[in-house]
Design a protein around this ligand. Structure first.
Ligand code: UDP
Length: 239
């Protein structure tokens, strides 16, 4: 593999990445595909932290719209991310990639508690750190958890894996004339509500000048291309 552009990155995987074609739950075949790529980039010496979403299992906001208490629903959403984290851990370890799941909600029997200094140590030892349970707080999302963890772990970029190949001025599924941005500023992403990440996550990244790279996870080899610094997808950064 050519030289890497980064030495430490945070990859945000939405729950939908784990669901495959079923759009719900966990599809081991879908997971093993991107885990192979993550294991490969980790083996080249890139330090990788992952933040995993939970939308393939449970979303607090949808449940609260149907009458559930929002905080309880959000805690359930965070628990869903722990299941996803364990599934990704299983897939990575099966192919010989050393990992640790670290949960923002202490859950000793299944994961280490998230402790920043320990997470850094794992990264330095070449282990993929899988951050589970979001921020540990209701009313947040795993996108915000990704921005938070990226900053505290001093990642050089947030790599946001999605099912589209970047950020568009409007929904490319609905509008065939939608135009893709190669780069876009944090402010523009916020003002135009471009759907990169939620506004809390973008604001956090903006305040700390942390680039967000949005790219299509489902195209083979893309993770490697991104970490080598190939121009791919959309970079959200300062003006
Ligand atoms: N969640 C939360 N606090 C956090 C992160 C997540 O309450 O810090 C809950 C929230 O209910 C959310 C669910 O966990 O809907 C799953 O996370 P998210 O929707 O971000 O997953 P993704 O869309 O990435 O699959």
């Amino acid at each position: 593999m050519d030289k890497l552009r980064y030495s430490r990155v945070l990859i945000k995987l939405s729950g939908e990445a784990l669901a495959g074609d079923q759009h719900f739950g966990i599809e081991p075949h879908a997971i093993s595909k991107f885990c192979r790529e993550i294991a490969d980039v980790s083996a080249t010496g890139l330090q990788v932290a992952l933040v995993i979403g939970g939308g393939n299992i449970f979303r607090g906001m949808s449940a609260s719209a149907k009458g559930m208490d929002r905080s309880s629903a959000d805690y359930m959403g965070m628990l869903a991310t722990v299941m996803n984290a364990m599934a990704v851990q299983d897939a990575l370890e099966k192919i010989g990639c050393d990992t640790r799941v670290m949960s923002a909600i202490p859950m000793q029997a299944v994961a280490e508690p998230y402790i920043r200094r320990r997470a850094v140590r794992h990264l330095e030892k070449g282990r993929v750190v899988i951050c589970a349970a979001g921020t540990g707080n209701p009313f947040f999302t795993t996108d915000t958890a990704a921005a938070l963890r990226a900053m505290e772990l001093k990642a050089e970029a947030i790599i946001k894996a999605t099912k589209v190949d970047g950020v568009y001025d409007k929904d490319p599924v609905k509008y065939p004339d939608a135009v893709k941005y190669d780069t876009v500023s944090y402010i523009e992403a916020l003002e135009k509500r471009l759907g990169v990440m939620d506004s809390t996550a973008i604001s956090l990244a903006m305040d700390n000048n942390l680039p967000i790279i949005v790219f299509n996870l489902f195209e083979e080899g893309n993770i490697e291309r991104v970490v080598k610094g190939e121009k791919l997808g959309t970079i959200v950064q300062g003006e």
